[in-house]
Ligand binder design. Structure first.
Ligand SMILES: Cc1ncc(COP(=O)(O)O)c(C=O)c1O
Length: 404
């Protein structure tokens, strides 16, 4: 057999499967381990029979088009439907011409990265930030600079300091990447004042903002501010990304970019070389699903359901965890971020013990930090485990934290 590694690109050489990924892959097949590691919706909520009806209808009625190649930017029916949907639910005024349908918002992150980042450019992110966004930006050659967070998300005064010092040292900052509501992994949500501050800073320092918003549809607290930055951006600085993954089904692989003007055209060209277009069939299905109000109905069902899971997890944490453990109380999203204030406690090193001895899995927090910190933190998910698993899992987590 040839030595295949000599055929690898530098990119492929640089991509390493992490030990954590390997460990977490193993537990998929182990029924005895309770996993808080995933970030996935509860499949009980998937509107299976409605989607089956829509898929059948779409294929029989529009099959010639629905099974055919289609426009790179996405079906006009879907773009118009999503444009109305965002206006109605989020106050975002984006013309269908500025929308690009993507293969999940993961592809949107990749398109933005390829379209905007040259090696050595700086991307400013919350610290911690979403692992796969960090990955997409790094692959494009970005230098990532993290901004500290508190219970309301990114500290925008620290952001201002960072932008000033980056400017003074001649760095080229392309954009600020933020997950404003139900942050993955931190579980935080930005206040309206901070959102306004980010936009003002983007204008002052002449950088763009990439707003990644998969979670603001499912909100657990009345009165929580979920205004997208995009809806209050008067300067044309915000590129908005969203997805149907958490409000319909991730397997459809439909997300979108609400871009602006010339950027839209560039992103479209980038996407053309990635996959020509996102699947026509699922675009048709999502367009029909949105028109028929399926997302609205799913949000109505998912919100109280996930809220009760979040509450179950918070109440188990309150009961079981020692007082040197701090954690977020998310108003939206699917995650709680846990910080253990105990000398030498390292969630990366302990993951194997957690899985083998305590039969509990989480994602070590360090993976989400862009500066190598966060070893005493972990991300836990409450949408996927059952209520029994939530209680028992938190009990096991508590034993791990107290004993190790
Ligand atoms: C912050 C964030 N952005 C993007 C994604 C990717 O979502 P999609 O399934 O649309 O690719 C996720 C998925 O968990 C996420 O948490």
């Amino acid at each position: 057999m040839p030595a295949y590694d000599k055929f690898y690109s530098r990119l492929a050489v640089g991509i390493k499967a992490s030990d954590i990924r390997e460990l977490l892959a193993i537990i998929k097949h182990r029924k005895d381990v309770i996993s808080f590691a995933g970030g996935i919706p509860d499949p009980k909520l998937f509107p299976k029979s409605e989607l089956a009806d829509i898929a059948r209808e779409v294929i029989l009625k529009y099959g010639d088009d629905a099974l055919q190649y289609s426009e790179t930017k996405g079906l006009i029916e879907l773009r118009e439907t999503l444009s109305d949907f965002m206006r109605r639910t989020k106050g975002i005024q984006t013309d269908a011409e500025d929308l690009i349908i993507t293969t999940g918002s993961q592809q949107a992150l990749d398109i933005v990265a390829r379209g905007m980042i040259d090696p050595g450019d700086v991307v400013v992110t919350e610290n911690p930030s979403y692992l796969a966004a960090i990955g997409a930006f790094k692959i494009a050659g970005a230098k990532l600079v993290g901004v500290e967070m508190d219970e309301h998300g990114m500290d925008t005064h620290k952001l201002e300091e960072k932008l000033r010092s980056l400017k003074n040292s001649g760095e080229r900052v392309k954009f600020i990447y933020t997950i404003p509501v139900g942050h993955n992994p931190a579980g935080t949500s930005l206040t309206l004042d901070r959102k306004k501050h980010i936009i003002e800073l983007a204008e002052e320092y002449d950088v763009m903002v990439v707003e990644d918003d998969p979670y603001s549809y499912i909100i657990y607290e009345d009165g929580a501010d979920t205004t997208p930055l995009k809806a209050i951006d008067k300067y044309g600085r915000v590129i908005y990304l969203s997805t149907v993954s958490k409000v319909l089904a991730p397997g459809l692989r439909i997300g979108w970019i609400a871009a602006i003007d010339d950027l839209t055209r560039k992103f479209e060209l980038v996407k053309q070389y990635l996959d020509l277009h996102s699947p026509t069939l699922t675009q048709f299905i999502v367009a029909e699903a949105v028109k028929k109000g399926l997302i609205d109905r799913m949000v109505k069902v998912a919100t109280p359901y996930y809220k009760s899971k979040r509450d179950a997890m918070l109440s188990a944490m309150e009961d079981y965890l020692p007082d040197y453990v701090d954690y977020t109380k998310p108003i939206g999203g699917l995650f709680i971020f846990v910080k253990v204030d105990k000398e030498g406690f390292n969630t990366t090193k302990l993951l194997e013990v957690a899985i083998t001895k305590y039969k509990i899995a989480y994602v070590p927090g360090a993976s989400f930090f862009v500066d190598g910190t966060g070893h005493n933190t972990m991300r836990i998910n409450f949408s996927y485990p059952t209520f029994d698993e939530i209680y028992e899992g938190v009990r096991r987590l508590s034993a791990l934290i107290k004993n190790e």
